[in-house]
Design a protein around this ligand. Structure first.
Ligand code: F6P
Length: 328
């Protein structure tokens, strides 16, 4: 018989994403609903090792559903990667009487949680919080939708100035090793080309495509570049390449950077966060452990953490085709 769960800890770890606060709120309130104590752990695994804990009740999460970032702060902990660090973390949890953990974060955070579960048989459930959408077992990670809207808004603004000056803009977006943000915002922002790590366009085809655009009467262009794209040149080298190899282009670069992680979560992310928090806590109370909650075909499902981490998300080929047709 697994030990009854009376006290649940919640932490946010790795890169923050919009919707993390809404997920914390959901975890805390679901605990309150089921008469389970909830403890907030500050600064991810760093705070876990230091015992930086705070009792949380339903009222302590008021007014945060609409806030970006994470009220519990986040960190990437080197110490938690060591056996000694995890041993201290286990001790701190035991001293505080915490029976289970909800980990809100990305694949790095889940890897830590999974190892911790295996070493100490400690119940953990993950909520996928990252703007990158690079986790298997959910169609949407928390913050992805908000980041898409933030980036599309930025691209619309860049388009205004690009078309006023007949310029070509290379716009770099986040996503680590995957191109989900780039592909979606490229379509939504009417980009002439989208460069993503999953598809090697190659410099020749890029130049061809830009020439085709110009011949077809386009006076300004936007090329969305995923930060993990492997065209062989970084975005500034791409600009230099076009400057040197193509006549008549006035090229600018815009690297959107960390603004993509901020801002109030979208309605979609607030609802997703609320659903994920409920599912995470109730799964723990049902004795489930070492899973991640996710949205699959509109339903909350559990995926083993190992699969969530080791699997590789696939790019949507239909979107790729749509983007090709749209850039005609
Ligand atoms: O994983 C989220 C993310 O924002 C990636 O898109 C990006 O590559 C990375 O984190 C940036 O990390 P940091 O905040 O440590 O610079």
């Amino acid at each position: 018989m697994p030990k009854a769960i009376k006290k649940i800890g919640v932490l946010t770890s790795g890169g923050d994403s919009p919707g993390m606060n809404a997920a914390i709120r959901s975890v805390v309130r679901t605990c309150a609903y089921h008469n389970v104590e909830c403890i907030g752990i500050y600064r991810g695994y760093e705070g876990l090792i230091e015992g930086d804990f705070q009792i949380m009740d339903a009222r302590s999460v008021r007014g945060i559903i609409n806030k970006g970032g994470t009220m519990l702060k986040s960190a990437r902990s080197k110490e938690f990667r060591t056996t000694a660090g995890r041993q201290i973390a286990f001790q701190k949890l035991s001293e505080a009487g915490i029976d289970a953990l909800v980990i809100i974060g990305g694949d790095g955070s889940f890897t830590g949680g999974m190892i911790f579960n295996e070493e100490f048989d400690f119940p953990v459930i993950g909520i996928p919080g990252t703007i990158d959408n690079d986790i298997v077992g959910t169609s949407h990670t928390l913050g992805f939708d908000t980041a898409l809207n933030t980036v599309v808004d930025a691209i619309d603004k860049i388009r205004d100035t690009a078309s006023s000056h007949n310029r070509l803009f290379f716009v770099e977006v986040m996503g680590r090793d995957v191109g989900h943000i780039a592909l979606n915002v490229g379509i939504a922002g009417g980009a002439e080309e989208i460069l993503i790590p999953e598809e090697d366009l190659g410099l020749d085809r890029l130049v061809e495509s830009l020439n085709r655009s110009r011949k077809s009467g386009k006076t300004s262009s936007i090329v969305v570049v995923a930060e993990g794209d492997k065209i062989g040149k970084n975005i500034f080298e791409l600009k230099d390449y076009v400057d040197q190899n193509m006549e008549g282009y006035d090229v600018r670069v815009s690297v959107l950077g960390h603004m993509q992680r901020g801002g109030p979560p979208s309605c979609f992310d607030r609802v997703l966060a609320s659903r994920m928090g409920v599912k995470a806590v109730e799964s723990l109370l049902e004795g489930k452990t070492n899973y991640m909650v996710g949205l699959l075909n509109g339903v909350m499902e559990l995926t083993p953490l190992e699969m969530a981490i080791k699997g590789k998300t696939k790019i949507n080929l239909e979107l790729l085709r749509v983007s090709d047709i749209m850039s005609t």
